[in-house]
Design a protein around this ligand. Structure first.
Ligand SMILES: [Zn+2]
Length: 202
């Protein structure tokens, strides 16, 4: 069984297997034998557990969680757990308005038979570490890179006409041109750009 895009966040999806509907972040597009179906995470995990002969597997599901960042702003996270063969992936999504690309996102991977709450605890620690950092300064409406390191996530900017990314830094969406303007503060400086898997620590 393969897995494709994770779907969009704010739209509703419907499971092709159990007909459950819910927020799209809890659904995946799964392909087997050349056909693609939209599955809720529970159905995806049920099928994956059968496929991987993990008969003891129970689908973990976690209630949303609110965390405060270093500026005392609240961030509400929703969780999705997916069994990926012998690994269990746990993701946290921050749902920000209608912008499907924005907001913090975190992922952690563990053994398929790991205790789900232990995995959740590790993920929450990772989230807290990230929320305790600020990479951007908002100086009278003009954004600046606060220090020497910028951590974030690459997303597609959603515009079909121009193939361009945007980045999510401190959980906020930064357009490519605005990132460029911020980098001009470092004209003639060197930089190192390193890509990291979503489950790695940035
Ligand atoms: Zn389902």
């Amino acid at each position: 069984m393969q897995m494709a895009g994770t779907g969009t966040l704010m739209t509703q999806s419907r499971c092709d297997r159990c007909s459950a509907t819910g927020p799209a972040h809890d659904f995946v597009s799964a392909g087997s034998d050349g056909t693609w179906r939209v599955l809720c995470s529970r159905c995806f995990n049920t099928e994956m557990a059968q496929f991987a002969d993990l008969h003891e597997f129970e689908h973990p599901s976690f209630a949303p969680l609110r965390l405060r960042d270093v500026d005392d702003n609240n961030h509400e996270f929703h969780f999705r757990s997916l069994l990926l063969g012998d690994q269990l992936s746990l993701e946290a999504f921050e749902l920000v308005g209608d912008d499907e690309a924005a907001g913090y996102r975190f992922q952690i991977l563990g053994e398929a038979n790991a205790e789900p709450f232990a995995l959740l605890a590790r993920l929450v620690q990772k989230m807290k570490r990230a929320l305790s950092m600020k990479h951007l300064n908002d100086d009278a409406g003009s954004l600046q890179i606060a220090e020497m390191t910028l951590r974030g996530r690459v997303e597609w900017n959603g515009d079909e006409r121009v193939r361009q990314p945007c980045v999510i830094v401190d959980g906020r969406r930064i357009e490519w041109d605005d990132l460029g303007a911020m980098l001009l503060a470092f004209e003639a400086w060197q930089f190192r750009l390193e890509m990291l898997d979503p489950s790695d620590e940035a």
